[in-house]
Write a protein of this length. Sequence first.
Length: 533
Amino acid sequence: MVEHKGLNKESVKNMRVFISGSAQLTPNVFEKFEQMTGHRILERYGMTETLVSTSNPYEPIDERIAGSVGKAAKGVDVRINKEGVIEVKSPSLFKGYLNLPEKTKQEFTDDGFFITGDMGEKDDKGYIWIKGRQKDLIISGGMNVYPTEIEEVLTSLFGDRIKECAVIAVPHPDFGEAVVAICEASDSNKKYVTAEKYNVTDEEKQILKEKLAPYKIPKAFYFMNLPRNHLGKVQKNLLREMPQFKNIFQINILTLIGKNFLKFIKYPMTTNIDTHILQIDVHKVYCGNQFELLKENIFSILNNKSSNKNIFIGFSGGSMPQLIAPLLNELSDELISNLLLFPVDERLVPLNSEESNTGILLRALNKDRFENKILKISDDSNLLDCGFKMALEFENQLRSKNPKLNDKGFPIFDLLLLGIGPDGHTCSLFPNHPLLEEKNRWVAEIDNSPKPPPKRITLTLPVLNTAKNIIFIANGKSKAKIIVKILGNNNDSQSLLPPNLIERSEDQELIKWFLDEEAVADLNILNKYFKYI
């Protein structure tokens, strides 16, 4: 309507109220409509399953708030669960889905609330703010990103050029998911047959930095005519499946490395995910589809288990939870039955924090199947404030699972999935940190982490040394230099980094590295260390 030239105060003088529903109303449109007509749109929220759940007030008009869907309607109970999802209970709530008892059970809580699937917040006055669909939530580098927030900023800042935009998650090798903005031009004469990439200017980047945290700024911008359903809603599911967006950051393993590096390989590069590229001391380097490489390795370990033995797998933070969650969700109940998952390090924050490695993984997994399969740090505030007590409590939890011990009394993990920081740290074991000298404890605290937050707990180096299998995963240009330092300085005792300190015996697998094209880019300078396989 705001695009119609005939819309003005005179043309709507006989209208009593304008109501918005179905799709979210942006503050930009709300304000523009009021300027043109003198009317403040009354925005409401509801679903087929719930009918109207919330509404801005009919009167007084000035209490209708742009961007909010109002307060809970009379007789309706609206709450936000710990995952940030809106739940509704009311006399008009539907009873269930026809002939779908399992789906009905999944969509209701034990106390009768319907789980809407919409992310939201409630302010201290009771107003509800929709943040988008839960399935649209983007988890980039372990941080939650709400598309609605970014869409509102873009249309507000660049409303002269952007009529509407859809922010979606795109697979990214370094962050798990990347933020991408697909915009529809304000100029109705512009028609796009295909999506056209837009290069953001330095000035525009600076404007965005003033309004959005760095991890929320889209990594790519496109203009196109947005796909919509019959109600005018943008169909983000179609955008996510479009190859042009789905493969923006995809790595082609056949162009994985340069010619200078290829001459050191014994055999041609193939698409076989078993093909490793080189061995340097106790390190075996692989390149390719990291998800498939992980899948094969984890499935192999699980399938080779004895029926009465638990499988102990440790995982690090960063993008690791997003990488392994889809794989774990694929596992059969039989394979999950003997599986135990442990964070190799954890920040001393509550599980519902966006900084909790365990919390990130839990939210990405099927809760019913994995609730008792992940060892979690305590949410006790006294323990969160004391790293020593938390480390002791977590070690006691680990001991209670009766892991197999080596001859020195350290637990033997079947697999450790580790990341690597640009400074060479892994777990929360930092270069030259006194904690590297710990010889007795399984789990130790660190109160002065060089990387925020400062308080953490971590598995110690002796525990890493006993693991049967260790896999490091690294992506992106930011890791290329540290990869060279780790794999190229094995004979320099003064420059050893934590991964170099991990020991391997004859009955243990070599340390595996799953790298992408950018992370291996500088390894061609290491020819003197190469060993043909």
